[in-house]
Design a protein around this ligand. Structure first.
Ligand SMILES: [Zn+2]
Length: 148
């Protein structure tokens, strides 16, 4: 069903239904770059179902892998070169998220002119729930997706 790719990245074990959100968070629209394949609700050995995304001719950078963890905390990243998996790693959602997201609260100090890096504590992993370390504002999945 999903053809092998020669070079690129395969994102596996994405929570079913979250595959398109992974593309969104990576800024992949399919209008530029190599071929992109997304498979939804595929049978996963002993794990029910999953989504898979294959991105041809693009190797994800560590910063991009960290973003995926926000949406699909169980995903695995496979970097493919010449049809072989050269790197395989699980995404890791740290307990504190720094700098990637903006706090939704406009009066939060992290949104002032002061150079303050945003910081959120992860209070729930999937679906994700974050709490701003400065103002206590809670951000959920949909709030996070709006920023990408
Ligand atoms: Zn805040």
């Amino acid at each position: 069903m999903v053809s092998k790719i020669r070079d690129g990245t395969v994102i596996d074990h994405i929570t079913p239904g979250f595959g398109l959100d992974v593309l969104k968070i990576l800024g992949i629209t399919g209008k530029a770059g190599g071929a992109v394949t997304a498979a939804m609700n595929v049978d996963s050995k002993g794990l029910g179902h999953k989504d898979i995304v294959k991105i041809q001719d693009r190797e994800l950078k560590p910063a991009e892998v960290n973003k995926i963890a926000l949406i699909a905390s169980k995903a695995t990243i496979n970097i493919i070169r010449n049809f072989e998996v050269t790197t395989k790693k699980k995404v890791e959602l740290p307990s504190t998220i720094r700098g990637i997201l903006k706090c939704d609260n406009p009066s939060c100090i992290s949104n002032s002119r002061e150079p303050v890096q945003s910081q959120f504590a992860v209070i729930q992993r999937e679906p994700i729930r974050l709490r701003c370390s400065f103002c206590g504002h809670i951000m959920e999945r949909e709030d996070i997706l709006k920023q990408f």
